[in-house]
Design a protein. Structure first.
Length: 101
């Protein structure tokens, strides 16, 4: 991490097309101007925390009967898939015709 001290009006260039200008500050706040292409998503850290906050919803439990039914379906599908892959390829007969004179 790079730590820089800037005076009001000084700026930092990041790459060729991003510029951050320190425009001053007061007490515990600083004022920055960010000049960057629209393709870049620029957000403050506290707005990211609120955005990432996920609601917690407890998952509903599944009944034992439903679990057995799901297990049966999965077993039948697995069995059907194994039958398809285990079948040997059928041999094709090639016939040749010879003409005798």
């Amino acid at each position: 991490m790079l730590k820089l001290s800037l005076k009001p009006g000084e700026y930092i260039d990041i790459g060729e097309n991003i510029r951050i200008v320190f425009s001053g500050g007061s007490a515990n706040n600083i004022h920055l101007l960010v000049d960057a292409p629209r393709e870049y998503n620029i957000v403050r850290s506290n707005s990211m925390k609120q955005k990432d906050k996920k609601e917690y919803y407890r998952e509903q439990t599944i009944s034992e009967e439903a679990k057995r039914e799901i297990a049966g379906i999965l077993m039948r599908e697995k069995h059907a898939a194994s039958e398809i892959t285990e079948r040997p390829a059928t041999k094709k007969a090639i016939y040749t015709v010879s003409h005798r004179r």
